[in-house]
Design a protein around this ligand. Structure first.
Ligand code: FMN
Length: 193
């Protein structure tokens, strides 16, 4: 059994739902899971593994999360870690939009200097019922750009829950495969000099 911290940056709730599903999967594998919002960034001491799940808005993950992850990149090196990027581009069938989802993910990795053991993009949702007029018109423009047909009168979930389940399984397998010496190095880092 490992202690896993899942840090979530979600504006409209879909990344939170995805993180909860990840937590369910990992608990099913008998891990202890703590789910925390990204702001303020939670303490990581005591965690045996960390997952960060964050959504993309207007082409970027939250700047505050980039700063926090950059500040933790050295600590993260000693732990099994994973990054799940949630966006609309991952729901698109056009190859250039799938490439755009990859770009968001790699842009986050480049800007933080963090090298997660596992990283993937997941399709999010459009929740027009939560948007004000400005965000609704922004998201309409984003969807048009991506060639994604939308109906602003109703919410739509694009998330593939099988992908989410497979991501949780892959993280469980990663924990099982993590050499004891890496976890020992983490414990030493926790204890400090
Ligand atoms: C104002 C706004 C801007 C968005 N910009 C992008 C974008 O640039 N690229 C993209 O792929 N998805 C974009 N999305 C889609 C979100 O990534 C998607 O709705 C996701 O599910 C949001 O996650 P959350 O509910 O956890 O905040 C945008 C959504 C909104 C509301």
């Amino acid at each position: 059994m490992a202690r896993i911290l899942i840090v979530v940056a979600s504006q409209d709730g879909q990344t939170r739902r995805i993180a909860e599903r990840l937590a369910d999967g990992l608990r099913h594998d008998r891990h202890e899971v703590r789910l925390e919002p990204a702001t303020p960034f939670p303490p990581v001491a005591g965690a045996d593994g960390i997952i960060i799940a964050a959504s993309v808005h207007l082409g970027r993950h939250p700047a505050a999360l980039v700063r926090a992850v950059r500040a933790h990149a050295i600590v993260f090196r000693h732990l099994p870690t994973a990054f799940l990027s949630v966006c609309l581009s991952a729901a698109c069938s056009r190859p250039e939009q799938r490439a755009e989802a990859d770009r968001y993910l790699h842009d986050f990795i480049d800007r933080t200097g963090w090298r997660p053991d596992l990283a993937a993009s997941a399709a999010g949702a459009l929740t027009f019922s939560r948007y004000g007029p400005l965000r609704a018109s922004l998201v309409r423009a984003v969807a048009r750009l991506k060639g994604l047909p939308i109906d602003p009168r109703s919410d739509r979930e694009y998330t593939d829950w099988n992908d989410v389940r497979r991501f949780a399984e892959a993280f469980s397998a990663l924990l099982a495969a993590t050499p004891a010496r890496r976890l020992a190095a983490r414990s030493a880092a926790d204890r400090g000099p």
